[in-house]
Design a protein around this ligand. Structure first.
Ligand SMILES: C[S@@+](CC[C@H](N)C(=O)[O-])C[C@H]1O[C@@H](n2cnc3c(N)ncnc32)[C@H](O)[C@@H]1O
Length: 376
């Protein structure tokens, strides 16, 4: 498939597609940050970088199957200036422009939780309501995000990953004064700081030296910065993915990025969403025309077609024993195709063969024992 990823950052979209097992023919990325582009190109050298989103013209692109984007959130975020579409977040309208020009089969837009009036404008432009997912279902980080997409998916299951599961052994130091606040005549530590005993880390942000980046030790007497490697784990990014740039850039990029496993979860449903839905009768006509074109519908090929059917059934059996759902779909589908051709070689239509079987079994009585129906 061809993918156009707007505001691509460090290409978390590409990592998620890989993790979901989606084959990508061309990945076009629009990004202007040189460090993010470097990280992407170091990991995915085939990425086609298109630069500034304003310069992209859909006419220069092939058919795009999937349009992605996490448009800048600074002016929607409660940490930002709240200028909404008048600020940097107004770049959302460039996403809308390209959505209308490219007309992809599937699209996904991610952004922060925001004022209802802004959320409603986005929903109206995209024609779908957002789905809120907290990254804490698939990672050790609390990260509430909104996803507008026409890809149908179920909520990810809670993987139960805790902050302590991703921490590395590191030395703790004295707590900086700025993290204390006055409480009567006492000083207490700012509540926003992560603590090793917390189940989940606070949402990563792009701000350096923000309390969210710090971690208190067991008795809350010392603290340390979370490391960039820990940031990667909190975003379920490939370990070491951002290593080729400075820590400052890694923190910024990871704070800006997507939780890869959330996006991979959504993309696992892409195969079914991008497939053309045809009726059973139409599918049989298509298989007939395909087989006829290859010169297969001849009675003299019945034996070899039978062997082919058994081969495909073997593939399905192997997928069942290995518990591989994707391979099972392929195995069963191929078995159907070979059976349809075999039926036609025998001078029947698949509908005739099925109809005959149905009339035989519809009134059959018996009982099911250990998953096998035994007729009376
Ligand atoms: C919220 S981040 C997206 C991060 C991305 N989803 C990832 O996984 O890394 C928004 C990105 O938009 C990029 N950006 C800002 N203005 C842009 C423009 N005019 N054209 C293309 N990208 C732009 C920023 O550099 C930033 O990387």
């Amino acid at each position: 498939m061809n993918v156009l990823s707007l505001f691509d950052g460090m290409s978390c979209g590409q990592q998620a597609l890989e993790r979901a097992g989606i084959k990508v023919d061309n990945y076009f990325a629009s990004e202007i940050d040189q460090y993010a582009i470097k990280v992407t190109m170091d990991n995915y050298p085939d990425t086609i970088q298109l630069g500034d989103i304003h310069e992209i013209n859909a006419k220069d692109l092939p058919k795009i199957d999937l349009l992605l984007g996490g448009s800048p959130c600074q002016s929607f975020s409660s940490f930002g200036d709240q200028s909404g579409f008048n600020g940097k977040s107004g770049l959302f309208y460039e996403y809308v422009r390209l959505l209308n020009e490219v007309k992809p089969t599937c699209f996904l837009l991610e952004n922060v939780n925001m004022k209802k009036e802004w959320r409603d404008i986005i929903s109206q432009e995209l024609g779908v309501e957002p789905i809120a997912i907290n990254s804490n279902l698939v990672s050790a980080q609390n990260r509430d995000r909104l996803y507008w997409t026409n890809i149908k998916f179920d909520m990810p299951k809670d993987k139960g990953i805790l902050l302590k599961d991703i921490l590395t052994e590191k030395e703790f130091r004295e707590i900086p004064k700025c993290f204390y606040k006055n409480w009567g005549n006492q000083q207490r530590i700012n509540k926003g700081i992560n603590w090793v005993g917390n189940q989940k880390a606070n949402c990563l942000t792009t701000k350096n030296c923000h309390t969210n980046q710090y971690l208190l030790n067991e008795d809350k007497s010392l603290c340390r910065l979370l490391t960039a490697d820990e940031f990667e784990k909190l975003q379920t990014v490939i370990p070491g993915y951002t290593k080729s740039v400075s820590d400052t850039e890694r923190f910024r990029m990871l704070g800006n990025g997507w939780t890869v496993d959330v996006i991979a979860h959504i993309f696992k449903n892409l195969k079914h969403n991008t497939m053309e839905e045809l009726s059973f009768d139409q599918l049989i006509i298509n298989v007939h025309d395909w087989a006829n074109d290859k010169g297969l519908i001849k009675p003299e090929f019945i034996k070899s077609q039978f062997v082919k059917t058994i081969e495909e059934l073997g593939e399905a059996a192997s997928a069942i024993s290995k518990n591989k759902p994707d391979e099972l779909i392929d195995g069963l589908g191929d078995t159907f195709v070979t059976l349809i051709i075999l039926t036609m070689q025998c001078g029947l239509t698949p509908q005739e063969a099925l109809n005959s079987a149905w009339n035989e079994i519809k009134h059959r009585k018996g009982k099911t024992t250990n998953g096998v129906f035994i007729k009376e």
